[in-house]
Design a protein around this ligand. Sequence first.
Ligand SMILES: [Zn+2]
Length: 212
Amino acid sequence: MIWAGKRAAIVETCRRMYARGLVSGGQGNVSVRLTDELILITPSGVNKGFIRPEDLVVASMDGRPVDPDLEVSSEIKVHLACYRNRPDCGAVVHAHPVASVALTLAGLSLEPAFLPESVITLGSVPTGRYATPSSVELAQDVGRLAVDHNVIMMERHGAVCLGSDPFMAYDRLESLEHNSRIVLLARTLSQPSPLPDAEVERLRIIAAGMDY
Ligand SMILES: [Zn+2]
């Protein structure tokens, strides 16, 4: 099967997302950049725990499936916006991580850095304006934020993570949710204080040298 390695990487990423409860039902989507003109993306509505390599869809950069009988993910516009705005982006993962989305639902920004690991692995995590899922407005907002962020929250909806390959993008998703669960737990006990600005700056310098 053509693009077998890329298909296997997406299927494995989907299975990890499903196993860790980062998506449910047919939610979430994963893509990789194949060439300057093509991406490979999950189909619409298929449960990520059961997806097969042959279910994946090759699509052009205008969002159309190469095989017209196949149906691309409903959020393909978000993926394409990331690829257009970030030439270095090789893969995009979108999921609905529970604690991270709960923080946006409560009106809390994920930008304050509480944990050094989050500064190193995620950088700053902005939350975009609310927009209807699958809309052009949502894709435009995520694309705007993707210019200088690898992890983006969609208010009341989910997370978008970029990487050079699906495993790097997935690692960012997993780390995001892990950090959000710690922050959420800490908030039930007391009011956690963010890291001092000088320490955040020091961590950013370390992260820049780590090629994350
Ligand atoms: Zn979604």
